[in-house]
Design a protein around this ligand. Structure first.
Ligand code: ADP
Length: 173
């Protein structure tokens, strides 16, 4: 049984991430989507919310589980019995980082392999940081993130319109 881990901070998860997760889920017996508890960069959403958004966005994908981790990736992988890391590749700049990370991980855990999937062209320019910036300025990100994420971004950045849409929903129901 091949267990793979797809680690990221998911702040928040995007449709690009979901695409990679869905495609990778068909390649491995078990795919653990692992949410970094404490990424180096500052995060918008607390861990619990990032995990919840990932869970809601990948619900129903066979063989996919969501876990949080707060240790070195290779230690987490030993814990869950995984030897494959899955990552997505968008640009040449992703490659440099992924190659360095994959080499360090393989040195720390011999036998570990990193499998990179090319981003689908429809999602290649999506990144969590660009999406947060658009949402912060009240731009429409609904095509870029799963619905549960779009909802939370509106609540976070435009609480008045989120309240208004809740009122509309409750007054029409
Ligand atoms: P982190 O900074 O926590 O690693 P990122 O979202 O930057 O989080 O990246 C996590 C992984 O997801 C990386 O392998 C990245 O290349 C991949 N990824 C991010 N956005 C996309 C996308 N739109 N399409 C495909 N892969 C992506």
């Amino acid at each position: 049984m091949t267990v793979a881990v797809l680690p990221a901070s998911f702040d928040p998860i995007t449709r690009g991430h979901v695409d990679i997760i869905a495609r990778a889920s068909g390649l491995f017996d078990r795919l653990i989507v692992a949410v970094y508890a404490r990424p180096k960069k500052a995060v918008l959403f607390p861990l619990e919310e990032r995990v919840a958004m990932v869970g809601e966005s990948v619900a129903g994908l066979p063989g996919v589980e969501v876990m949080a981790f707060d240790s070195l990736l290779v230690d987490f992988m030993r814990e869950v019995g995984a030897r494959v890391v899955v990552r997505g590749l968008r640009w040449v700049s992703d490659f440099e980082f992924e190659f360095q990370q994959a080499s360090a991980n393989r040195m720390l855990l011999p036998g570990l392999e990193t499998v990179c999937l090319f981003a689908s062209t429809d999602y290649v320019f999506f990144s969590s940081s660009i999406i947060k910036e658009i949402a912060e300025h009240a731009g429409d990100v609904s095509a870029m993130v799963p619905d549960p994420v779009a909802r939370r971004l509106i609540e976070r950045f435009s609480p008045l319109s989120a309240g208004a849409s809740r009122e509309v929903t409750s007054s029409t129901s």
